[in-house]
Design a protein around this ligand. Structure first.
Ligand SMILES: *Cc1c(COP(=O)(O)O)cnc(C)c1O
Length: 356
């Protein structure tokens, strides 16, 4: 072994869903929104290349002010970053500095253990129950912090806000992060609890409900002391995380409330339709409050169905992990995309002799 090898930071990175170059594929594997972002931002950057000469506003004031208006918060309660992945990573670095283990469920967003390993934060993963729900009592023990995705991924399940509140209330000596990447699609946000608890951090993203995964915008909402701590860490690392286009386009997206709600309604209507169709075909799934479905079928191998769909240029997600290896996560696309998906599933079931 060469001497310097001992000093390398050895990490196993997060594996994202495939991004095929060819846009003709039906892409239901990374929970992107099938609808474009608001048209209000088109042309916004024309003739503004002069702005790129300058360093951007480190405080992303325009975007933060717009978010504060939208959520009825003060600007010192909001921290923005380059996607919620950046905000979450920064939160782990800022809030989880105890010798005690942090807690998150065994089945959840697979970036949490990656960050914990990167920052050498000890962690424990209490198992979800047999229906993939959180057992809140598992979070009543001594810990160095908690992170919970609600609704959860890849299960699509939204926990009742009372469950989340009990966990926050019982852990007032630690920071509890609630990752609400999917909350706009029908979950219950913990945001109202900010008034009551100073140990709560709510994290959201523009990547799913606002159709802007490519722009990379995420944000944390918490009491001003925690937000200041986050800003201090960020500014000790890279002052200019948010670029100028993200700040102005992000602000513009937040201003267009009508389009936001209209898009959400469309995705939700499609989701409910696809739920009914798949249940009719014998699939089982939790009652998704997200923009994806987590499906399984007693008579089908999820892995084989995943491969068969891929042959048809339909991409969904399969996780080769304990407890969920016979499930597929299917993002909600347009009605047209979902009909092609459903037809391909039916064809496959006919080939297998499960459907006439
Ligand atoms: C998609 C997702 C994120 C990250 O989204 P960004 O694109 O980085 O904003 C965070 N948490 C969960 C649970 C997600 O599904």
């Amino acid at each position: 072994m060469r001497e310097w090898e001992k000093n390398l930071r050895q990490v196993t990175p997060y594996v994202a869903g495939e991004q095929p170059k060819d846009l003709n594929k039906i892409k239901l594997n990374t929970n992107e929104n099938p609808y474009p972002p608001t048209k209000n931002m088109e042309g916004l950057l024309n003739n503004q290349s002069e702005m790129l000469r300058l360093y951007p506003d480190t405080q992303a004031t325009e975007l933060v002010e717009e978010l504060a208006r939208f959520y009825d918060l003060t600007t010192d309660q909001i921290f923005v970053g380059v996607g919620s992945d950046d905000v979450l990573a920064m939160s782990f670095l800022t809030f989880f500095n105890s010798e005690k283990p942090i807690l998150f469920p065994d089945i959840t967003y697979s970036f949490y253990d990656v960050w914990a390993n990167l920052y050498r934060i000890p962690y424990e993963r209490p198992a979800l129950d047999e229906n993939f729900h959180i057992k809140k009592e598992d979070y009543y023990k001594v810990n160095g912090g908690i992170v919970i995705a609600n609704p959860n991924a890849p299960t699509s399940i939204s926990e009742d806000l009372s469950v989340i509140e009990d966990i926050i209330a019982k852990n007032q000596d630690a920071i509890v992060i609630i990752d609400e990447a999917y909350v706009d699609f029908g979950g219950q946000s913990a945001l109202p609890l900010l008034k009551k608890y100073d140990n709560l951090v709510v994290v959201q993203t523009f990547s799913k409900s606002r159709s802007m995964a490519g722009m990379r915008i995420g944000y944390a909402m918490a009491n001003p002391e925690l937000i200041t701590a986050l800003k201090n860490v960020k500014e000790s690392y890279n002052s200019y995380t948010m670029n100028y286009p993200s700040i102005v386009c992000g602000a513009q997206a937040v201003r267009d409330k009508d389009y936001f709600y209209e898009t959400l309604d469309k995705v939700i209507a499609t989701r409910e339709h696809v739920k009914r169709e798949l249940r009719g075909l014998g699939f089982q799934m939790p009652d998704s409050k997200t923009n994806f479905l987590f499906i399984t079928h007693e008579k089908l191998s999820a892995k084989e169905l995943f491969e068969a769909l891929r042959e048809e240029h339909i991409y969904v997600r399969h996780f080769n992990k304990p407890r969920i290896s016979n499930y597929l996560r299917v993002s909600i696309g347009t009605d047209e995309e979902m009909n092609i998906f459903l037809r391909a599933v039916m064809e496959y079931m006919k080939e297998k002799g499960i459907l006439n």
